[in-house]
Design a protein around this ligand. Structure first.
Ligand SMILES: Nc1ncnc2c1ncn2[C@@H]1O[C@H](COP(=O)(O)OP(=O)(O)OP(=O)(O)O)[C@@H](O)[C@H]1O
Ligand SMILES: [Mg+2]
Length: 354
């Protein structure tokens, strides 16, 4: 539904150049909620603004719903009209709501319809319908100043839906809200995604947002996407930073010469019998350092962090046994000091991937 390839954005101001996007290849499938997470300055907002061409990419292409938007930008009045039309099919929700304070709630929602040239009656019918959809039918005549933050964001969402978009872009839509309101807004986005088949691309710096509503996620660092995939793909990727952040289990090795392993299972599978079987078969003492079961991206996932005596090389066979049981194994610490060096650690993770 949304594809960017080789997307680059270089800002030039006062003789200085900042590369905000450095060759971003993103693919968001139709009907999914896709979260992009990253630290401040990673380029998240630049990415979302380039996706709807609010910002002109320096190079690369953006395709939304089969239209190459980059090909339309700056190509004369006819292409300009087509671009505006294509853009009206992309809704955008902002962190600070961006409502007009002098207009009522209903008039704020009507604004994009005015721009699209809808008749007065059509605008008002549609605005009331959308306000009903976001649970604000009784606030149509209120002014933004009379609303709570959560209500303002609902108006922002209703306005974003006015052009009947196929795609909704959200830049930190819940960052200005308290946790309870955040949950209700995320739930609303999820419901809209399901009811209207809306594709949602959302930007956030909060892992909880990704965890509660995203089907897929990408991690951005310094203008690049360093990891991306469906939540279940990420959870199945050894060494994935996103998976570790989405589903953390604590616990450090209790001493030297110990191997620490994360065992992940999905759905009904349970680790308990496997762990005791492992202890019996190989006659080793296994300590459980941490364990959790959680719902991540709608999937039931369990993870257990266990410690085996000896270094990784001493545990190749028991670890192989765990893999044979169909469990996903991530070697966190191989008990070898040399393995703490970055190069060796990367090797270790690769070893774990086999
Ligand atoms: N209009 C601009 N002119 C110059 N530099 C900019 C502009 N907008 C963003 N930048 C720079 O581009 C980089 C990426 O910024 P961007 O706003 O995309 O990051 P972000 O990931 O959204 O951060 P945050 O989480 O703080 O919102 C930063 O170094 C920023 O200073
Ligand atoms: Mg930003």
């Amino acid at each position: 539904m949304i594809t960017t390839s080789g997307l680059t954005k270089v800002y030039r101001s006062r003789g200085r150049e900042v590369t905000a996007l450095d060759g971003v290849d993103l693919h968001v499938r139709e009907g999914e909620v896709f979260g992009v997470i990253g630290q401040s300055g990673a380029g998240k907002s630049s990415l979302i603004r380039c996706v709807n061409l609010l910002e002109r990419p320096t190079s690369g292409t953006v395709t939304v719903a089969g239209r190459d938007l980059t090909a339309l930008a700056g190509r004369g009045p006819r292409a300009g009209r087509e671009l505006r039309q294509a853009r009206s099919r992309i809704g955008m929700v902002f962190q600070h709501f961006n409502l007009l304070s002098s207009r009522t709630v209903r008039d704020n929602v009507e604004l994009p319809l005015e721009i699209l040239g809808a008749s007065g009656r059509e605008r008002s019918r549609r605005a009331l319908e959308l306000l009903d959809l976001v649970g604000l039918a009784d606030k149509a005549g209120a002014y933004p100043a009379q609303l709570s933050g959560g209500q303002k964001q609902r108006v922002g969402i209703a306005r974003a839906l006015a052009g009947d978009p196929k795609v909704l872009l959200s830049d930190e839509a819940t960052s200005a809200l308290d946790p309870e309101t955040t949950r209700s807004i995320l739930q609303l986005l999820r419901d809209l995604n399901r009811q209207l088949g809306l594709t949602v691309l959302l930007i956030t710096h909060e892992m909880d947002v990704v965890k509660s509503i995203c089907d897929s996620a990408a991690l951005m660092e310094k203008g690049r996407i360093v990891e991306s995939g469906t939540v279940s793909e990420l959870l199945a990727t050894p060494g994935s930073q996103l998976a570790a952040a989405l589903f953390p289990v604590g616990g450090d090795a209790t001493g030297e010469d110990r191997t620490v392993v994360d065992v992940t299972f999905h759905g009904e599978a349970a680790t308990q019998p496997v762990i005791s079987q492992l202890a019996r078969t190989y006659n080793i003492d296994i300590s459980i350092l941490g364990a959790a079961i959680d719902t991540v991206g709608g999937l039931q996932v369990g993870r257990m962090r266990i410690e085996l005596p000896g270094r990784y090389e001493d545990n190749v066979v028991p670890i192989g046994f765990l893999r044979e049981q169909g469990l996903q194994i991530d070697v966190v610490d191989g008990g070898d000091h040399a393995a703490d060096a970055p190069a060796d650690r990367a090797l270790l993770v690769k070893e774990g991937a086999k």
